[in-house]
Design a protein around this ligand. Structure first.
Ligand code: ADP
Length: 159
């Protein structure tokens, strides 16, 4: 049996914290799908297509990781991919309430689904896409928070 897990998020932009979760989760499952959701009504900071390409490059070193875009309900996407395992990262207490609600909502939509939480590394526990966006928009050095491929995309956006 091939165990496929799905790590879904907005990844707007992907950060070193996201990639740390990818690396750790890739060691736990046979196949990990990093799934960029395009549902949100919010205007994105980075275009989804270019973000997926950057994520693919970042994940190349993990042979069992693939990157896809999806829209619609995550549980539907997971079912289509034959996976009932969702990976999420947990940073602080503030993440818990939100993540707990999403996990319960997903379970009520599909009782077989399981959400697996990986606790963030201490050095990334403050790191959020919103922090990177804010630093970038205010002219700060965001490059230490994101992989090079993503820094290039942000640089193109903020020129
Ligand atoms: P969403 O908009 O669905 O919350 P995000 O892209 O913000 O998507 O995050 C995707 C997942 O990655 C979430 O579970 C989030 O808690 C987790 N995550 C984000 N940043 C970090 C980090 N620095 N360390 C660990 N997990 C993180």
């Amino acid at each position: 049996m091939v165990r496929t897990a799905i790590y879904a998020g907005s990844f707007d932009p992907p950060t070193n914290g996201h990639l740390d979760i990818v690396e750790r989760a890739s060691g736990m499952f046979d196949h990990l799908i990093v799934a960029l959701g395009t549902n949100t009504h919010k205007t994105r900071f980075l275009p989804p297509e270019a973000t997926v390409e950057a994520l693919r490059t970042c994940c190349e070193k993990h042979a069992n990781v693939s990157v896809e875009m999806f829209s619609g309900l995550l549980v539907n996407f997971a079912q289509e991919r034959g996976s009932n395992l969702l990976v999420r990262g947990l940073r602080a207490i503030t993440d818990f309430d939100y993540e707990f609600r999403i996990a319960l909502a997903n379970k009520s939509l599909w009782p077989e689904v399981e959400t697996v939480f990986l606790v963030s590394r201490e050095e990334y526990s403050f790191l959020a896409s919103s922090v990177v966006r804010e630093v970038a928009l205010l002219g700060g050095d965001y490059r230490k928070f994101v992989p090079d491929e993503v820094a290039q995309l942000i640089a193109q956006r903020t020129v």
